[in-house]
Design a protein around this ligand. Sequence first.
Ligand code: AMP
Length: 115
Amino acid sequence: MTRDADCLFCKIAGGEIPADVVRENERTLAFRDISPQAPTHVLVVPRDHHRDVASLAAAEPDTLAELVRTAADVAADEGIDAYRLVFNTGEQAGQSVFHVHVHVLGGRAMTWPPG
Ligand code: AMP
């Protein structure tokens, strides 16, 4: 298990900081975003620490696939068949927590391009 003692999402995955968890297993955790941008806004993270999606793809491709499957399961649990998955990668793209997470956004109409 790779862990970073200073990482917020490692602390959530380890149960040190509470979160509104909607799904979990040995490798992944899904919890509601603290500042929701849509009626459904859930973050899916691996328990292992990787800073972004490219790092996760290189190190644990199966876990990346599982993040996407879990995101689809979350959408099904929420009763939505249209949703947006977002991996912000890098500060300029909006990444603020450097532990890979996919945003599952849905429950309202989405516009394109994103801001
Ligand atoms: P990003 O900006 O793509 O790195 O996404 C980080 C997300 O984490 C933001 O949408 C925040 O609202 C969310 N967030 C920050 N702290 C927490 C927390 N304690 N519990 C749940 N979500 C959080």
